[in-house]
Design a binder for this molecule. Structure first.
Ligand SMILES: CC(C)(COP(=O)(O)OP(=O)(O)OC[C@H]1O[C@@H](n2cnc3c(N)ncnc32)[C@H](O)[C@@H]1OP(=O)(O)O)[C@@H](O)C(=O)NCCC(=O)NCCS
Length: 144
């Protein structure tokens, strides 16, 4: 059984982000994080930064042995529910090309960098590896 809970346990967040192979920068800037449990085992985390008019999904990570079991989808459902409750209309994120299909599958669409909000400063945008070793693509999910 998949259970989704909010967590503020920074140590657990870091541990799961690392186990899931997520980028570890700026984790302390996350405003809210949800954790997935499968039969009580902690298997994934996903976090947002709250920019008041929109959220940035700035971290997603699921332990490799639990991939493609719908766990990140459930974490995103919790994020979307929270966003709708707070009248947030748009989620932004940046996915590596290897995760483009996943993003599209869960409802995001690809956008251009100049379509990001002016005050957007999600982790990837300012990362010194962007365009060097990592080539993330901005994506948007409209909740209207
Ligand atoms: C991205 C990630 C969190 C997805 O987690 P997950 O729990 O495996 O995803 P889900 O099982 O919820 O997948 C949801 C849908 O996307 C599809 N999907 C998942 N990973 C996919 C991939 N790599 N390529 C294409 N489709 C994918 C699933 O098949 C599923 O489709 P369905 O609803 O039709 O069955 C996971 O791959 C991960 O932890 N990656 C490493 C960490 C990382 O790099 N994070 C940063 C991303 S830039």
């Amino acid at each position: 059984m998949i259970e989704i809970v909010e967590t503020k346990d920074y140590e657990k967040i870091c541990k799961l982000a690392k186990a899931g192979g997520a980028d570890m920068h700026d984790l302390e800037k996350l405003d809210l994080v949800w954790m997935a449990l499968v039969d009580k085992e902690e298997v994934g985390v996903s976090g947002i930064r709250n920019f008041e008019k929109y959220y940035v999904v700035d971290m997603l990570a699921v332990k490799p042995e639990f991939h493609k079991k719908g766990i990140e989808k459930k974490l995103l459902e919790a994020i979307i529910e929270h966003a709708k409750k707070n009248k947030i209309k748009t989620l932004y994120t940046m996915f590596k090309k290897s995760h483009r299909e996943f993003g599209l599958e869960v409802g995001f669409k690809l956008i251009n960098f100049d379509e990001l909000p002016k005050d957007y400063d999600g982790a990837c945008l300012t990362c010194d590896q962007r365009g060097e070793t990592c080539f993330p693509e901005p994506m948007e999910l409209n909740l209207r």
